[in-house]
Design a protein around this ligand. Structure first.
Ligand code: NAD
Length: 384
């Protein structure tokens, strides 16, 4: 028996934020960060609450890649203000922090007998899809831990493209490549299904069609809307099909060297595609054939699996170059000696990451080490 879970309710399109006017609540906790306050996005939410006389409070110091200390701060606040509605407004970091706080309070304070608050997620990046996933990523020291539980799923996701218009080009590129990576990994995952495949195929087409426009002109709301929807669809795909070792390697790289999550995926993705496809061997794995199918859907040459994989690898590199993204980890400010010194630790983290078991090809420490070394220089070289 297989299962495909559909939750939450998704409200999308311009003015999707107006669904907030339908919600009833006595006390709202708005979880957000300083950028949301600076760009006036938090105010767009609180104005609506004020207009309806709803009492609210803001927690606005969530940091990127939230750690356990952030979650503990949020737990103390939520425990004292007792909200019946939690609204998370921000990128994946903010949404994940809110998820972890709600989850941890329910686990550690069951005696309080409180009902779980209604949880609304409003993404302001088109990247993680966290608004529809049962995942939350929290940092413990230099390791990103992936919490997976269906109770982490929000009740309502609001996808309003006007909230993404202020995302600067570099973050648009990073988060957009995260969307692509979610689709590629869900598509070749050992837990992929017809349902997740349909979503992943649509996502890949939308990313290649619309991400460059978003990067060039953040105010292009039509392109922003397509990328925002793609991000959410990719989340729907991977929350059901899970992911693979690009994410495992990226979590460790981000945890140890603070490389932003989407950029880490972008640096590793093509190397993992080539390895999963056995590109330097027969290049006829199921993953190779599925990558070739994606190339075909993108109208690229794909008469054989090898030709299709080559087309996809070139397309990924072209997309990154178009957005001036770094080619190798060596281009991101990470020190070479530090990288060598922490390599074994990152490999160990990646091996135990919860995304690793569904990768289509089972990795060992040697393969992961080699993939990191390739990603360091950016050259797709032989790796068996
Ligand atoms: P982010 O939330 O860390 O945000 C990146 C930066 O962009 C921050 O400085 C933020 O303030 C800023 N920002 C966000 N929205 C903005 C806007 N509209 N205008 C201007 N600036 C804005 O980045 P992210 O990529 O969305 O999230 C990354 C986090 O999510 C990582 O910790 C990653 O591990 C995690 N993640 C979670 C899931 C999941 O399913 N839960 C999936 C993938 C990644």
């Amino acid at each position: 028996m297989s299962e495909f879970l559909l939750k939450p309710r998704i409200c999308f399109g311009q003015d999707a934020l107006s669904v907030l006017d339908e919600l009833t609540a006595c006390h709202v906790l708005l979880v957000t960060d300083q950028a949301m306050v600076k760009f006036g996005l938090a105010e767009r939410v609180t104005q609506r609450l004020c207009a309806r006389g709803i009492d609210w409070q803001v927690w606005d110091d969530v940091v990127a890649d939230p750690d356990i200390a952030t979650v503990v701060r949020g737990m103390k606040l939520m425990d004292s203000c007792y909200p019946d509605l939690v609204i998370a407004l921000g990128g994946g970091s903010v949404i994940d922090a809110a998820k972890a706080v709600i989850f941890a309070l329910a686990q550690t304070r069951p005696e309080a007998g409180r009902e779980r608050p209604c949880f609304v997620a409003i993404p302001t990046t088109s990247g993680t899809g966290s608004e529809v996933t049962s995942f939350s990523v929290v940092k413990a020291h230099a390791e990103k831990l992936v919490l997976v539980d269906s109770s982490l799923l929000p009740d309502i996701a609001i996808l309003d493209p006007s909230l993404v218009a202020s995302v600067p080009p570099a973050i648009t590129a990073d988060t957009g490549m995260d969307v692509l990576c979610h689709a590629l990994e869900a598509y070749v995952s050992l837990a992929a299904s017809d349902f997740s495949d349909a979503l992943a195929e649509k996502v890949v087409q939308q990313v290649f069609s619309y991400l460059p426009s978003c990067w060039r002109n953040g105010q292009d709301l039509q392109a922003r809307e397509k990328m925002h929807n793609a991000s959410c669809m990719a989340g729907m795909a991977f929350t059901n099909a899970s992911l693979g070792i690009t994410h495992s390697l990226a979590h460790a790289l981000g945890g140890v060297f603070r490389v932003p999550h989407g950029r880490a995926n972008a640096l590793l993705m093509a190397h993992v595609v080539a390895w999963n496809a056995d590109y330097h061997g027969q290049c006829d794995t199921l993953a190779a054939r599925k990558y070739a199918r994606l190339a075909h859907l993108l109208d690229l040459p794909a008469s054989t699996p090898r030709e299709g994989v080559t087309s996809l690898l070139v397309a990924i590199q072209t997309l990154k170059d178009e957005m001036n993204m770094p080619r190798g980890i060596n281009d991101t400010g990470v020190n070479a000696a530090d990288f060598d010194q922490r390599l074994a630790e990152m490999v160990a983290q990646a091996l135990r990451d919860s995304c690793t078991p569904t990768n289509p090809r089972e990795p060992d420490a040697r393969a992961l080490t080699e993939l990191y070394r390739q990603a360091w220089s950016g050259n797709i070289a032989q790796c068996h």
